[in-house]
Design a binder for this molecule. Sequence first.
Ligand code: GYE
Length: 325
Amino acid sequence: MLKKITTAASVIALCALTACGSGSGGAGNNGTNASGDTITMGFAQVGAESGWRTANTKSIQDEAKAAGIDLKFSDAQQKQENQIKAIRSYIQQKVKVIAFSPVVETGWDTVLLEAKRANIPVILTDRAIDSDDKSLYKTFLGSDFVEEGKKAGDWLVQNASGPTNVVELQGTTGAAPAIDRKKGFEEKIAAKPDIKIVASQTGDFTRSGGKQVMEAFLKSQPKIDVVYAHNDDMGLGAIEAIKAAGKVPGKDIKIITVDAVKDGMTALANGEINYIVECNPLLGKQLMELAKKVVKGEEVPPRVVTVEGTFTQEQAKAALPQRQY
Ligand code: GYE
């Protein structure tokens, strides 16, 4: 019940931000602030670790252009210290708004306090931070990763029969999606004690990481029934390892992933992946809308949840031709 209310509230929030109904007119609509200056946004991206991230970066760059916002973009190569450096340089450059996708959850208070003292509003996109001080950012736009993990767990509970050994390929250690996708999944599979996670390790959200960890699992684990990968790329790496070991992905070993990027959806449609939980990377448009509002000092909802679904093999076949990313 509570879940339904939250979802409905977030849909309203989404509509408010993306002008679902009539056009969103008003001053400052062309990427200018209240006094008519162009808005400069500093965006500190995580890296280019996955298909999801590539689509996310493109969405942010395209939508900044469309909104007339001057974007300063940096790629932290999955390192927190690089993101902190980028944020500090945006503060020095006196950008009007800072947005970033925190590579890990903790360790942001100092730099975000610096932004606050410089009166530069901060928007979290995609990933959340773990901090008691909610005044350090204006809003957090992104998915509910616990919910994604629960959807993956639900599918397995419904589709597993008898003792089921799962190996888990975790995302980047300390990252919100890795922590939450694990949590949601574990919560759901607890309903069936026959389902066991027999090994769990990080593959850092990359294809090569997923492949390497899966190779090691195939050597150390006598019986693997299911791979639960926290993103498509690691699942795709695992497919390579499974094939190299002479097994058939999707049949001998079932695969569940999260994201639903094109390569993942193709593998799902081909029968090599069994189920994908969607995570939408196209956050650019909503981010630019939020940025314009916070720069003008307008109220924004503290949390904007992305609406997303799930895909079976049949649904992937049907959806693939229209897939944008
Ligand atoms: O699932 C993964 C990427 O933070 C939601 O990061 C994002 C995750 C996404 O590397 O593919």
